[in-house]
Design a protein around this ligand. Structure first.
Ligand SMILES: Cc1ncc(COP(=O)(O)O)c(C=O)c1O
Length: 381
C-alpha cells in the first residue's frame, strides 16, 4: 500500500501526519492501466460502463439497497437527487448550517431555497429544529452524517413522512457507518456518498446515490446522462454526471478495502479516546450506542483555545484541522443572500470549538500514540 500524498514536513522538519490521505495500492494502478489499454474510458449510456456497473454492484450489496448509481462527485449525487425529485423555484429544502457548503449549494443550484437548521451537541442536524422549520413549501430535508457519524435518521424520516417530503441523506462522509443496525444510505428515498480524494474510500473524484425506489433510481440514471435513455432522446433535464471508467475501476477496488480501512480507523480512534475521554476541557460528542461511527474525522470539542491547540499540534507534525470554521449561512455568498442573521447558536459554537485529529488507516500505531501524547501536551500548553 502506498501513500497517495508526498511525505510532508512539520515546522521543525519532523514527519507530518496529514488529517486524511488517499491510500492506494498496486491493484488500483493496474486497474487504471487496464482501462487505458482498453480504450473504453467512459460509457455515455443510461446503464454506464463495465467498471461503473461493477462498482455499483459492490456498493448496493454493502449498503443493502436495490440500487446504487455512480456519479462523478458527492455534489453531483446531491444535485442529481434534487433534480430527480423535481425540486426547483418556490421550494424549500431544510439543511444543517454546520456542513460542507455542497449540501446547501446544490439547493441554490436548483433555484430552491435552503432553510438552515441548527445542530445538536453531536454536530448533526437537530430533528426538533427541522420540525419547527417545515413549511408548506418544504420539499426535502438533507441530514448530514457529520464526520462519519449518522444523523438522527429515524426522527428526520418521521417528520418527512408526516409532511410527504423527501429525505436526501448526505452520507458523503459516512460510507460504512451504521444507524440502529442499518448502513447509512439504506433508504427508499436517497442516500448520497462522496469518493473525493480524502474520503473513507476514493476514486479521486466520485460519488454515488443509493435507494430502494425503482422509479427514483430510473430518474437518477436519466439525470446523470442528460436525460437520455436510448441514444439522443433527452426525456428529462439532466447533466453529464457520469463517473469515468478509470475512476470506477479504482472505486471498485477501494470497495474491497473498505472493511479493512474502517477497522483501522476504529483501532486508531480507540487509542485517542482512551487518552482524551478523561481529559477536562476536551469533550467527545459522538458517542450514542445506537450508531456505529466510521471515524472519517475524529473530532474533539475544546472548551477554550482551539486555535492555539491546533497551531501547537501542527508545529509538532500533527495535521489537526477544523471542519468547519464557518457555518454555511455565514459564508460570504449566503451573507449576500441574506441568510447570515439566522440565530443558530449550536452551529456557531461548534464552528468555534471543534478540532479534528488524524485517525485514518495510514496512521501507524506509534503515530497514533504520538498524536494522543501531543494532543495532551498541546491542551496543557
Ligand atoms: C458533508 C459533505 N457533503 C458533500 C460533499 C461533497 O462531495 P464532493 O466533494 O465529492 O463533491 C462533501 C465532501 O466533500 C461533504 O463532506
Amino acid at each position: 500500500m502506498t501513500r497517495g500524498a508526498p511525505s510532508q514536513r512539520g515546522d521543525h522538519g519532523m514527519k507530518f501526519i496529514p488529517i486524511n490521505i488517499p491510500l492506494l495500492g498496486k491493484e488500483e494502478k493496474e486497474a487504471v492501466m487496464a482501462v487505458l489499454d482498453s480504450g473504453l474510458l467512459t460509457n455515455a449510456t443510461y446503464e454506464g460502463g463495465r467498471f461503473v456497473k461493477e462498482f455499483e454492484g459492490k456498493l448496493k450489496a454493502r449498503v443493502g439497497t436495490r440500487h446504487a448509481i455512480a456519479v462523478n462527485s458527492g455534489t453531483a449525487a446531491l444535485h442529481t437527487s434534487l433534480v430527480a425529485y423535481e425540486i426547483g423555484p418556490g421550494d424549500e429544502v431544510i439543511v444543517p448550517a454546520f456542513t460542507f457548503e455542497a449540501t446547501a449549494n446544490v439547493v441554490l443550484a436548483c433555484g430552491a431555497k435552503p432553510v438552515f437548521a441548527d445542530i445538536k451537541d453531536d454536530y448533526n442536524i437537530d430533528p426538533e429544529d427541522v420540525r419547527r422549520k417545515v413549511s408548506k413549501k418544504t420539499k426535502a430535508i438533507i441530514p448530514v452524517d457529520v464526520y462519519g457519524y449518522p444523523a438522527d435518521l429515524d426522527e428526520i424520516r418521521e417528520t418527512a413522512d408526516q409532511h410527504s417530503i423527501r429525505v436526501i441523506e448526505d452520507a458523503a462522509e459516512s460510507l460504512g457507518a451504521e444507524y440502529r443496525g442499518r448502513p447509512t444510505g439504506k433508504t427508499d428515498h436517497s442516500g448520497c456518498f462522496s469518493l473525493y480524494a480524502t474520503k473513507v474510500i476514493t476514486s479521486g473524484e466520485g460519488g454515488a446515490i443509493t435507494s430502494d425506489d425503482d422509479e427514483f433510481a430510473d430518474r437518477v440514471r436519466l439525470v446523470r446522462n442528460h436525460g437520455m435513455q436510448a441514444g439522443y432522446d433527452t426525456r428529462v433535464l439532466g447533466f453529464n454526471y457520469r463517473m469515468p471508467e478509470m475512476a470506477a475501476a479504482v472505486a471498485s477496488i477501494q470497495m474491497d478495502r473498505l472493511d479493512g480501512y474502517i477497522e483501522a480507523r476504529r483501532r486508531n480512534s480507540r487509542v485517542l479516546t482512551e487518552t482524551i475521554s478523561p481529559m477536562k476541557g476536551a469533550a467527545l460528542r459522538q458517542v450514542s450506542s445506537d450508531r456505529r461511527h466510521v471515524w472519517y474525522l475524529y473530532t474533539v470539542f475544546l472548551a477554550e483555545k482551539r486555535d492555539e491547540v491546533m497551531k501547537r499540534l501542527r508545529a509538532r507534525g500533527v495535521g489537526a484541522a477544523v471542519y468547519w470554521e464557518t457555518p454555511v449561512n455565514r459564508m460570504p455568498l449566503y451573507k449576500r443572500l441574506g441568510y447570515a442573521e439566522k440565530t443558530l447558536p449550536s452551529a456557531v459554537s461548534a464552528a468555534g470549538h471543534v478540532l479534528s485529529l488524524p485517525v485514518h488507516p495510514g496512521v501507524t500505531e506509534p503515530e497514533i500514540e504520538f498524536v494522543a501524547e501531543e494532543f495532551v501536551k498541546a491542551v496543557k500548553g
